[in-house]
Ligand binder design. Structure first.
Ligand code: PLP
Length: 382
């Protein structure tokens, strides 16, 4: 299936990924290391391809959600530290050793199981402890950290090599939460160890872009590496010099052009009825491609370098663009769903606004539901 043709094509610009990595490195300074977040198939950009692109420009730390992703990275030849953020099922502990993966721990039972496995293998297992310093999600609460550290110290076969936490609000430059939480985190870390070789990491894209003081020795960017700002267009506009470069583009094409009379109902439920003689371009993309039904009545696409509205309900594999004002459109023409054409540009941020979500979700939806190809630089097609 994978290598066969699809009308809907995601193009990932590897050069943009590398440039964004360098951008982040420059932002945090040479003394700070970067752990590339490549979970969710690198936010839809392709985990292996993205990780290898980051590695080319110096990346030595990667993080995935689940163990199988880490195994996949190793099998593709990715070196360095691979952090498995959600821990792993006891049936798969073997793979941590076989593929040299580092699990994040957040409960005592797992500690025991991991220790036993390490002993049985006569190996030492590096682990990172996750502290919930204010995210209210995964992790050990600040008042529990000492007990955890003590437990890790007494269990044979385990070595604490990292202390991590996560910010819920680092995309909000005006909020004081991030600074306050950072102090909570630093204080929790200092109660556990003064050993500087234990990696401390908390800053996500928002942290490193807007709260530089929280970077520490290692940062964990995701979104910024893919060319977007966690606070959307606002963040991009605030940027003084060079900007992060969106790495993903989504194109489809026109498969039919037709003219219908005024008063014609378009698509399911005839939710849209034409009010004039209307020229329509039928597009072979729909919610199965991540072009969600909730975009109905909201979305625009680029055809012939112009913005045109999608009219009528978006179906599973089809939708219609109103091209009455673009007389030159013909079957086979390229349609840009995300990206630029002529002097028009549609970014994931704008699509996210139409969908009522965030750019992260748009990238995952488009990237993980369409055929992907890779280029070293995006060249624009008509
Ligand atoms: C996804 C994730 C990140 C990256 O966040 P961005 O906002 O994409 O930079 C960092 N840390 C953790 C724990 C995450 O789950």
């Amino acid at each position: 299936m994978k290598s066969l043709f699809s009308y809907n094509q995601v193009t990932v610009d590897l050069d943009a990924l590398r440039a964004n990595y360098r951008f982040v490195q420059q932002r945090v300074g040479p003394g700070v290391q970067i752990m590339a977040m490549v979970k969710a198939d690198a936010y839809g950009h392709g985990m292996v391809e993205a990780a290898l692109a980051f590695a080319e420009v110096g990346c030595r730390h990667f993080a995935v959600a689940e163990l199988f992703e880490g195994v996949c990275l190793r099998q593709a030849g990715v070196d360095g530290l691979i952090l498995v953020q959600l821990g792993c099922d006891s049936s798969e502990i073997q793979h941590l050793f076989d593929y040299d993966l580092t699990p994040v721990v957040f409960d005592t039972e797992a500690l025991q199981v991991l220790s036993r496995a390490a002993l049985a293998k006569c190996r030492e297992l590096a682990i990172h402890l996750k502290i919930d310093s204010g995210m209210g999600r995964l992790g050990v609460l600040p008042h529990e950290v000492e007990a955890y550290a003590a437990r890790i110290a007494e269990l044979p076969g385990l070595r604490l090599t990292g202390l991590m936490s996560h910010f819920p609000l680092a995309d909000d430059v005006c909020s004081n939460q991030t600074r306050e939480q950072f102090h909570q985190y630093v204080s929790a870390c200092s109660r556990i160890t003064s050993d500087e070789t234990v990696l401390r990491h908390i800053a996500n894209s928002g942290g490193l872009l807007y709260f530089n003081e929280t970077c520490g020795a290692l940062v964990r960017p995701g979104l910024s590496l893919y060319g977007y700002y966690p606070d959307g267009e606002q963040g991009r506009q605030r940027e003084q010099g060079e900007q992060l470069r969106p790495a993903m583009r989504l194109e489809t094409r026109v498969i039919q052009v037709k003219t219908v009379a005024a008063g014609t109902g378009i698509s399911y439920a005839h939710q849209f009825v034409t009010t004039r003689k209307t020229r329509l371009a039928v597009l072979p993309i729909g919610y199965a491609n991540g072009f969600l039904r909730s975009l109905t009545g909201q979305a625009q696409v680029l055809i012939c370098g112009q913005r045109v509205p999608i009219v009528g309900r978006i179906c599973m594999n089809l939708c219609m663009a109103d091209i009455t004002d673009c007389p030159d459109v013909a079957v086979g023409d390229t349609v840009v769903v995300m990206g630029s054409q002529g002097d028009q540009l549609i970014l994931a941020d704008e699509i996210a606004d139409w969908m009522g979500t965030i750019s992260y979700e748009v990238l995952c939806l488009f990237g993980n539901n369409n055929e992907r190809r890779y280029v070293n630089r995006l060249e624009e097609k008509g």
